[in-house]
Design a protein around this ligand. Sequence first.
Ligand code: ADP
Ligand code: ASP
Ligand code: MG
Length: 852
Amino acid sequence: MSSAPSQTLDEAAASPASAVLQALRPAALTRVHKFGGSSVADAARIAALAPLVDDGADIRAVVVSAMAGTTNALVAMAEQAASGQDWSADWSALRERHLATADTLDPDARHGLRDALGRDFDGLRDDLLALASATGDLAPLVAQVHGLGELVSSRLVQAALGGEAAGWQRLDARDVLVVHPGEMGVGVDWDASRERFADWRARRRPSRVVITGFVARDADGRSTTLGRNGSDYSAAIFANLFDADELLIWTDVDGVLSADPRLVPDAMVLPTMSYAEACELAYFGAKVLHPQTMAPVQSRAIPLCIRNTLNPSAPGTWILAENPAGDAELSPVKGLTIVRDMAVLELAGNGMVGVPGAAERLFAALHRAGVSVVMISQGSSEHSICCVVRAGQVDRARAAVESAFAEAIADTQTQGVSVTRDISILAAVGDGMVGIPGVAARLFAALAQARVNIRAIAQGASERNISVAIADADATRALRAAHSAFWLSPQTVSIGLIGPGQVGRELLSQMAAVLPRLRASSRVDLRLRGIANSGYMALDHFAIHPDEATTRLADMSTPSFDVDAFAAHIRAEHLPHALIVDCSGSEAVARRYPEWLAAGIHVVTPSKHAGSGGWERYVAIREAQRGGARFMYEATVGAGLPVISTLRNLLDTGDEIEAIDGMLSGTLAWLFNSFDGSRPFSALVRQARELGYTEPDPRDDLSGLDVARKLVILAREAGRELSLDDVDVENLVPEALRGVPRDEFLDRLEELDAPMQARLAAAQADGLALRHIAHLSREHGARVGVAALPPDHACRHTRLTDNLVQFTTARYASNPLVVQGPGAGPQVTAAGVFGDILAIAHSLSDGIGLHA
Ligand code: ADP
Ligand code: ASP
Ligand code: MG
């Protein structure tokens, strides 16, 4: 599939004409540049070429395409003319575009551009008129029309480079290039071309020349072209004729990418590739290069570099004889391509088992019918032979095969020929990758997980291509899944953050500090692709720098938050994993968790809504995780302390939880740690509020509800079906103060003092001290409130706002397991959230999207 287009290339290189040329061959440095349609799209782009070709080479040739869109317009005009339709409006528009460009590039008419282009367009008009009335072989006239774009663009470029005055000559490739149609595309008549080229060179002795791409002549001197996108091929042929030291193909992307960037946004620039790989990729549809480009440069080992006119400082892709050593270690697969408009043709039947020559007969029939077979696959059972052909040829193919097997089909030896349309081929290309174990498995696993059905598989004998036939409708999804399996770290996670409040903002700054190191030292690649608050959202296709995230959000001017659109964006098809961090504290957001999890999106939150809310939703969340996405909420209890993970480890290793006790509120811990009778309780509450330890309304802490929620979360994690109503909660706010406005409550805080002082005195009389604790056990159920504890109780040995959780289990029976430390504040809470995100990322190893 990737063989050279011309069998005579090497022989031609050794021909007499070539010997003459060899003798003339200058030792000077020769460079050929080629500029594609987008690089000459308008006057500004054309003017920008001059510094790019000012490269210091002694001999410089610049091969040009038509201005972007021109060839399409010419093709349409030729069709209109041949079918008697009106083409005059299109003709005028194209002429106008070129004349306007000429006026900008040559305002003083120093190069006589306007006149020359005017004559060219007059010629085009004559050709189109001729097409309407011509009979016989229209092909040369049509080719003449198609090739006008290169003729006129070469004039524009010549003028922009300074014209003849600056030593820039112009060559119409039709004056030297002789070609013929061939099975693999257009082949070059090397002898004739070399002779004409040598002749032209001897006459003109050019050191700087602009050459038309795409166009040529046949052996009878008639106009022809090298086929659509053929200017790359022209450039390679001229690089060969000049025996250039280098060929630079300038286009609108940074080089050859690992996949078509229009389909795979994360495609990466390949620094190097071999001629063979480039050839294979181009044959399988990578538009960046015409498939025949490599042969003429390969035969003279001319290095070829693909560069970006829009980004000239990028190093581009070097295409060379061999890949540098160690290259395949980066990824065994170099590139992935999709070829559309295919059909599968299958010949099946028991009668074919072991019958020699069935495949031969099939392919001979297809060959006779002029059908080119793009892919072949035969099951080892020999029960069926299946091949992929172009959709436009499948009817012809079917008829040919049916007639070749007419007897067998009539005999019912074969079940006949079946055809499946709307097929695409996905090809993975890389030197030697077929010999590397696991490459094919990885591809198939990626496709299976993206739920792509594979219709046929072929592994190129070249060992550098694995192709699969799939339904057209699956093609983009398949390409993205395969790309992420080979090119992205398996731990690449698309992340969305909802609610950049205190914790959210702290999380962003922790991420900003750590992400570069994570990417470098492990393969964890966390990409923040969206941020939202209740009104707005900011999304990015690639990633938002965590440091810039809140500014990006603040810059949004119209309210835009749409929770469904947000989730859909985060769950990008081209990235293997998705995760939403919910720091919003919003019940409405928590309601979405089950559907997100079911769709494969991991969820991490410091919010207690889901963990301690309705039992039904809790169960739905548990169920939804069966698909593989995980719900993590370590920061809901004890902030960054490893409370939930410790409990999980105990359970996972088969321990049995007998009781959970602890101090689960930093605020209440501080209050009771400080309450020794020397100052009234109300004074401590006021101080705590000033220190920012309490909620704005301290009743939210004193009610014990927040602690009860945490206890529910722990109880559920331990396997109990417990809800908030089941917890016996002591409210430290006296009845009379529960319903009053906040300010009144704060004014009347002293009403708390007398009863609290009495409890403290009673406890102290027994040698005990007060602590606010939560308790869970089978005997005593779930309770939250103030208790009097002896000096040896773990809760007596805490400091300031410490949280403490004590697990009494079958294994930790007489000496319970204790987790203790600061359990409140944005920093440690954000660290708890971050820890969950990393735990999920580290668990992702297969590199293939959960979601399809
Ligand atoms: P030019 O006009 O310069 O010849 P083309 O449009 O023919 O440029 O080819 C460049 C385009 O090819 C890119 O803009 C890109 O969209 C597309 N393309 C498809 N596959 C690839 C790939 N694997 N690597 C780079 N570009 C690709
Ligand atoms: N202008 C031609 C085309 O559009 C050739 C090329 O640009 O390579 O196909
Ligand atoms: Mg091109």
